[in-house]
Design a protein around this ligand. Structure first.
Ligand code: MF3
Ligand code: CO
Length: 249
């Protein structure tokens, strides 16, 4: 069952979303060669707590950190640690927070110092893929219209979308129905309705779409070692334009 949110609930989700967006901003500012992802984790946690919110990932199915920080060939769910970022790396930062019982979830891939034009293109295409999908996040379309638009755009640009992981409904739980794949035929799945809230999150690989999980039980990496990028927002379906909830002031 897809849970429809009231106006009041959407306001709380927007507040949670603003906190997530703010946390991404402070982490972005801290990213530089020599900084460790454990330091980024601490910065995000302090920011979230200072806003009266709680990191959503910590303890989720035993996840050991506050954020996910996935470097280069790591797709998602990288566990922050003591390894310093290097000039030329790309790092995907995924942050979730609960505020007044409601969850916001967003991710972005950032360059560390100066990176290759190839890496920058991957980041740009992943962001644009989200916005191609978002065009269909409106009443009257079906869920898989979003999925289809993302896949078509990414493949047109010569990249692949990860299929082993998907976006999701979100609200009082971080993961609610429906699943939001980044691939598939159009015109399938539930009709989109005002008050539905979704985390749309394309994960895009430079090479093949195949992924595997490292021995830490969390870190998802590309099978072929190619770079991967991630872009996620929590959004609401409205009577008109989709509303991006994980956005700053
Ligand atoms: N944005 C990710 C998701 O939607 C974050 C989950 S990480 C976890 O699934 F550690 F909390 F699982
Ligand atoms: Co998510």
């Amino acid at each position: 069952m897809i849970i429809i949110k009231s106006k009041k609930e959407l306001e709380l989700m927007q507040e949670a979303g603003r906190i997530v967006a703010g946390a991404l901003e402070v982490v972005k500012k801290a990213i530089a060669p020599g900084v460790t992802t454990a330091e980024l984790d601490e910065i995000a946690k302090d920011y979230i707590l200072s806003k009266g919110a709680t990191p959503a990932f910590k303890g989720y199915q035993g996840y050991p950190a506050n954020i996910c920080a996935s470097i280069n060939n790591q797709v998602v769910h990288g566990i922050p640690g003591p390894t310093p970022l290097k000039e030329g790396d790309i790092v995907s930062i995924d942050i979730g927070a609960f505020y007044m019982g409601y969850c916001g979830d967003a991710a972005r891939t950032y360059p560390v110092g100066k990176v290759s034009p190839e890496a920058l293109d991957l980041i740009k295409v992943t962001k644009e893929a989200f916005f191609r999908g978002l065009e269909f996040a409106r009443e009257g379309y079906r869920l898989s219209d979003i999925s289809h638009a993302i896949q078509v755009y990414v493949e047109q640009r010569g990249y692949s979308v990860v299929k082993a992981l998907v976006g999701h409904g979100i609200g009082q739980e971080m993961h609610e129905e429906p699943q939001v794949p980044n691939f598939g035929p159009p015109g399938r799945g539930p009709r989109l309705r005002e008050g539905m809230t979704l985390a749309i999150e394309p994960m895009v690989n430079q090479g093949s779409d195949q992924v595997r999980v490292l021995d830490d039980g969390w870190t998802v990496v590309t099978q072929d070692g190619s770079l991967s990028a991630h872009y996620e927002h929590t959004i609401a379906i409205t009577e008109d334009q989709p509303l991006i909830l994980t956005q700053g002031e």
